[in-house]
Ligand binder design. Structure first.
Ligand code: NAD
Ligand code: TYD
Length: 350
């Protein structure tokens, strides 16, 4: 099963955690071919040590999933038999300012990959597509997203992911491609690019900088520790019913303002600011994000009952681990914040 697994976007946050999990901690025995365009969000350092630890089982190529010829060469040169598709533009705020790259990578790129996979259908055991709960839109105070909730995406990011989900589903219905799709809630953990809420707040709070909370701060997200997402994906890839979608969630609903205050308290316990001010005082309410979804909450009972998956990490332990990871990895942070990793990529990959 899965001898030559193509992972797209493996140098990003979740992709890198997934590759580490598969090679270091799972029962996967095959080879991973990671293709990544290395956008601002793709950092090969997220996989440092992997190439040398697994020289026969890990390969990297800098490739844009929109480039059909390059992707075809990868399928042929490495006899790809399975795909786990992470590559995407992933930040809602960026999609509001410049939606074009989201349409290009998330829709056209996914279409391209599906086409190449269709051209190699005889070899393909699985095309697993990573998606988000944001395709379902926004919830009121009550209720949960299930796999049957109608799609109602509100941001250009969410709509581009919705479009890609529909394409993947259609390739199953029309061409009998063996696919699975997972729709996951907000992830957090090591290697997340510090434009997303949790790492942004950790780094700003640590340095004593303002903490920009959108609107009234009462928007709710369901948080999942990235390692738990990785175990869910691998379980779905191995045992999920082909053609089906699975919701993945953390059962950790939190209002943004509560989350920010929690981060402040943990950091205050660790080290007080030089002037002895509490970090909570850094909270700054700023203009709301246009189309800001009010609440996300996931019902993952299908994944739990069908495949026996549940998240292992509690939010209290996961957020402490994550904060500790950022405190312990100041070199990674410095290189990411200064853009030094981009110069490194340019030097090594052109
Ligand atoms: P990320 O932005 O950290 O990483 C995306 C990766 O894709 C980067 O390495 C980037 O270089 C690569 N990439 C972008 N465009 C590419 C292209 N055209 N060709 C090849 N590679 C390209 O994103 P992430 O947070 O790791 O998210 C990964 C996937 O999970 C995405 O599909 C996202 O929609 C989905 N997802 C994310 C979350 C979350 O909370 N982060 C939650 C649910 C689903
Ligand atoms: P984000 O990490 O961008 O994830 P998403 O928009 O995909 O859910 O944001 C999480 C929540 O935090 C969301 O409700 C927007 C809010 N937010 C802020 O209040 N301030 C910020 O600076 C950011 C980046 C997000």
């Amino acid at each position: 099963m899965f001898k030559n697994l193509l992972v797209t976007g493996g140098c990003g946050f979740i992709g890198a955690n997934f590759i580490r999990y598969l090679l270091e901690d799972s029962d996967f025995t095959g080879r991973i071919i990671n293709i990544d365009k290395l956008t601002y969000a793709g950092n090969p350092e997220n996989l440092s040590g992997i190439e040398s630890s697994f020289p026969d089982r890990y390969l990297f190529a800098k490739i844009d999933i929109c480039n059909k010829d390059e992707v075809t060469k990868i399928f042929e040169n490495y006899q790809i038999d399975s795909v786990c598709h992470f590559a995407a533009e992933s930040h809602v705020d960026r999609s509001i300012v410049r939606p074009d790259t989201f349409i290009q990578t998330n829709i056209i790129g996914t279409f391209n990959l599906l086409e190449v996979a269709r051209n190699h259908m005889n070899n393909i055991q699985l095309f697993h597509h990573i998606s988000t709960d944001e395709v379902f839109g926004s919830l009121g105070k009550e209720g949960y997203f299930t796999e049957d909730t109608p799609y109602k995406p509100n941001s250009p990011y969410a709509s581009s992911k919705a479009a890609s989900d529909h394409l993947v589903r259609a390739y199953h219905k029309t061409y009998a491609m063996p696919i699975t799709i997972s729709n996951c809630s907000n992830n957090y953990g090591p290697y997340q690019f510090p434009e997303k809420m949790i790492p942004l707040m950790i780094l700003n709070a640590f340095d004593g900088n303002p903490l920009p909370v959108y609107g009234d701060g009462l928007n709710v997200r369901d948080w999942l520790y990235v390692r738990d997402h990785c175990t869910a994906i691998w379980m779905i890839m191995k045992k999920g019913i082909r053609g089906e979608t699975y919701n993945v969630g953390g059962s950790n609903e939190l209002e943004n303002i509560k989350l920010v205050k929690m981060i402040c308290d943990i950091l205050d316990e660790h080290k007080r600011l030089p002037d002895n001010h509490l970090r909570n005082e850094l909270v700054t309410f700023v203009t709301d994000r246009p189309g800001h979804d009010r609440r996300y909450a996931i019902d993952f009972s299908k994944l739990k009952s069908a495949l026996g998956w549940s998240p292992e990490e509690s939010f209290e332990s996961g957020i402490k681990k994550t904060i500790q990871w950022y405190l312990d990895n100041s070199d990674w942070i410095d290189r990411v914040k200064s853009g030094e990793y981009l110069s490194w990529v340019k030097e090594h990959y052109g």
